[in-house]
Design a protein around this ligand. Structure first.
Ligand SMILES: Nc1ccn([C@@H]2O[C@H](COP(=O)(O)OP(=O)(O)OP(=O)(O)O)[C@@H](O)[C@H]2O)c(=O)n1
Ligand SMILES: O=C(CO)[C@H](O)[C@H](O)COP(=O)(O)O
Length: 441
């Protein structure tokens, strides 16, 4: 079952995040990515996401991959993380028949791209095998093609970044198999049948195996085809299958601490706080000037980019940037700076507020909107400008009822300074401590 536009609409921008890659890794990644973006023959890569578990350890009726975190199902964050990676061509998700409609609804609601759904199996290995089968069968009606490299990633590990995906994919191409590892948090011990300690493992020489893992498709598919029923039933390690059935020794790649698997209820709270932390680092700047126009607004944008991790900019009047904005809201951006260069009214800010209200984004978590205007005393007296801008108080009172915190920023910026953009120095705190709407100058 295939969802999303045929051929798979790629993400808007490649956005490779090569942070953390060094020396040879960086060179290999750069080569891989430049081939991918030039449409040349970079290895084709697909991903399989097992999402057919019942989440017994979580102890809630809803399988954990569908549990809401800030109103959005956990699996949607994982899909978002994978579909941002432009060189992953197809994403095959294994879901139980019972949850197939729920999953289709999620794909549709959050407009996930390049997704195909297959029926899960009774164990994780069987679910993964079903995903691989869908990629292996070159069926006439299928848009899926057999990839050269396949990434396997649990649906319940939402914080996977492009750099680790790239590292395991590159290592899999070279070694046949690769997987992310982490240092052990606790020592692993082996109990004997009488419940006493038999022996303990030396912590420093063991590692926790995490996800993502990547394989040459032919290696892991062969391993699953050869796999005994016992291993399909009780096995927990795909790297082990590649070793046991294809004699392929996996390359181990150091992963980040955020790769952990959501397993217990407390993990949902941890996931929520990581998402909130990321939200506070994301900002959308809406600028009513055109992209090529040099203005202090651009200067503000550059400064924000230095301070925050994810800055998105949409330029031009909101009526043109509407689709961009819908997408940004869909990706759960909660901080907006509306820069009014061309006008001194609130038309653009008002359109943004309307779009936010319609989206219901602020139901669970407050949205912050900063409306920025510029002042030149010589052209308009300060008092007059302030009086005009004080209308914002009324808007702010209104939208605060819907959990949108609106405030204004008036920047003194005379014509004289416009030749020298470097003179502007503003610090914008996108999560103001006060919820009192005001204009600061
Ligand atoms: N028959 C199964 C069992 C598990 N999984 C998936 O494999 C991943 C990792 O498994 P795990 O954390 O063990 O998930 P659950 O089996 O759901 O959890 P629990 O063991 O607590 O029941 C999850 O994305 C899960 O949905 C799967 O696709 N098919
Ligand atoms: O960490 C992993 C890879 O090694 C898997 O996520 C883990 O093995 C899944 O196993 P289970 O479904 O039993 O939690």
């Amino acid at each position: 079952m295939e969802l999303g536009p045929p051929g798979g609409a790629g993400p808007a921008e490649p956005g490779p995040r090569l942070r953390g890659l060094r020396g040879d890794d960086r060179a290999a990644s750069a080569a891989w990515l430049s081939e991918a973006s030039a449409g040349r023959r970079a290895p084709s890569v697909a991903a399989v996401l097992p999402a057919g578990g019942s989440g017994e350890r979580m102890g809630v009726p809803t399988p954990k991959q569908f549990c809401p975190v800030l109103e959005r199902p956990l699996i949607s964050y994982t899909l978002q993380a994978l579909e941002r990676v432009c060189w992953i061509k197809d994403i095959v998700v294994a879901v139980t028949g019972e949850n197939m409609e729920v999953m289709k609804g999620i794909v549709q609601r959050y407009q996930h791209k390049r997704i195909s759904l297959v029926e899960a199996g009774v164990t994780r290995h069987r679910s993964i095998f079903n995903g691989l089968k869908a990629l292996a069968e070159d069926q006439p009606n299928s848009k899926l093609c057999r990839p050269e490299v396949v990434i396997i990633h649990d649906a319940v590990r939402p914080f996977v970044e492009e750099d680790v995906l790239l590292k395991v994919a590159i290592a899999a191409k070279e070694h046949g198999a690769a997987g992310a590892i982490r240092p052990l948090v606790s020592t692993v011990i082996s109990p004997s049948a009488d419940g006493c300690l038999d022996h303990s493992l030396e912590r420093a020489s063991h590692r926790a195996s995490e996800m993502p893992q990547a394989f040459l498709f032919d290696v892991i598919y062969e391993a699953y085809q050869q796999c005994s029923d016992y291993d399909l039933e009780f096995g927990t390690e795909c790297l082990q299958l590649a070793l046991k059935y294809c004699h392929t020794k996996a390359k181990l790649v150091e992963g980040s601490p955020d790769l952990w698997k959501v397993t217990y209820k407390r993990d949902l709270y941890a996931a929520e706080s990581i998402i909130k932390e990321r939200i506070s680092q994301q900002i959308c700047i809406l600028m009513d000037a055109k992209e090529d126009e040099e203005h202090v607004g651009r200067c503000l944008e550059e400064m924000l980019k230095k301070e925050l991790n994810h800055v998105k900019v949409t330029s031009g009047a909101l009526c043109h940037a509407g689709r961009d904005l819908q997408q940004i809201i869909l990706e759960q951006c909660y901080n907006f700076v509306c820069v009014n260069v061309m006008t001194s009214d609130f038309e653009e800010t008002r359109k943004l507020l309307n779009a936010l209200e319609e989206s219901n984004l602020s139901i669970l978590y407050p949205v912050v909107v900063i409306s920025v205007h510029f002042l030149d005393y010589k052209l308009v007296p300060f008092g007059q400008k302030m009086e005009h801008l004080m209308q914002i108080k009324e808007f702010a009172k209104e939208v605060k009822k819907r959990n949108i915190l609106l405030c204004g920023l008036l920047i003194y910026y005379p014509q004289l300074w416009r030749q020298d953009m470097g003179t502007l120095e503003v610090r914008v705190y996108v999560r103001p401590h006060t919820t009192q709407p005001a204009y600061c100058c």
